[in-house]
Design a protein around this ligand. Sequence first.
Ligand code: AHM
Ligand code: MG
Length: 343
Amino acid sequence: MSTNLITLNRWLLSDTHKNIEYKLELANLFSGIALACKVTNNAIKRAGFEQNFGLAGITNVHSEDVKKLDIVANDAWKNSLKATREVHCMVSEEEDSIIPVSENQNGRFVISFDPLDGSSNLDCNVSVGSIFGIWDKVSKDHQALNEDVLRKGRDMIACGYALYGSATMLVISLGYGVYGFTLDNTIGEFILTHVEMKIKSKGNIYSINEGNSVYWDKATSEYVNTIKSKENGNTPYSSRYIGSMVSDVHRTLLYGGIFMYPADSKSPNGKLRYLYEVAPLSFLMEQAGGKSSNGKSACLDIMPTSIHQRVPVFMGSHHDVTTLEKTHEKHSVASAATVPKKD
Ligand code: AHM
Ligand code: MG
């Protein structure tokens, strides 16, 4: 057994990060994030013993049914983050508006989080996750402003996700590379297991809810049909879709390929939310050498106008996302050409 383990905290405090501004504050914040992940992980694993599966009997800001574990996870994230005293304000998928912190707990970081993503998969024991993004505050005083939270993904200083799978992992980036830590339950620590994670430049797996294909636009339909076809001697891509974004994106990061949640006629802006789903995972994807696009341009350059804004997203191997963008470009040029000219 190794006695020289690189824990998350040891890694954050190491000389590798000597140039990071607010390194100690960030390490302290990450101790709160790690605690939130461990509490959430524990609640999921114990849900069967504690009658914590199923619905809570309320709906959230998105009019979605809230699960009991959504509430536990949201509380765990809020409490663990606030207790670090490094937080200026937060936004959560489960809360209507900005979550302020009291003046004596006020710090410099703005955090967005989805405390339990993929919660429709909870009751059947399929992998779920948590996602978070971290920005430096904008406002000069204690007040939490819209300007603090309505931020481009590109301006994040760090982000990551926890995957509650057959093993529990925390995958993070501080803006130079992607690093994966696996929870060693025997000592209760996240240990560095995946150094500088890189995605293949081209994959052979596509991931999309194909049940929505009747609602897709022509570009998405053509792209998916092409990667499934044997045209030009291609080998058709395999299909994998879990329905938990963290799990689907984690697989995409490790195996390559493309994950898609497009806009369609049922969901004109797609389903996934920018601040706490799309932006952090896009940041990680770019840091791993991949790409994330809304079909036209990089998701990280989107400036959200509301906390719970949804955006279409296509992320994964660079070649695959570029091909998807070219298909979209072809169809937007074609549809522009068919718009009747005004006299
Ligand atoms: P949630 O945050 O309410 O769990 O919703 C987000 C999830 C993602 O994890 C996943 O990619 C997507 O919803 C699946 O949606 P669908 O069931 O429409 O395929
Ligand atoms: Mg979610």
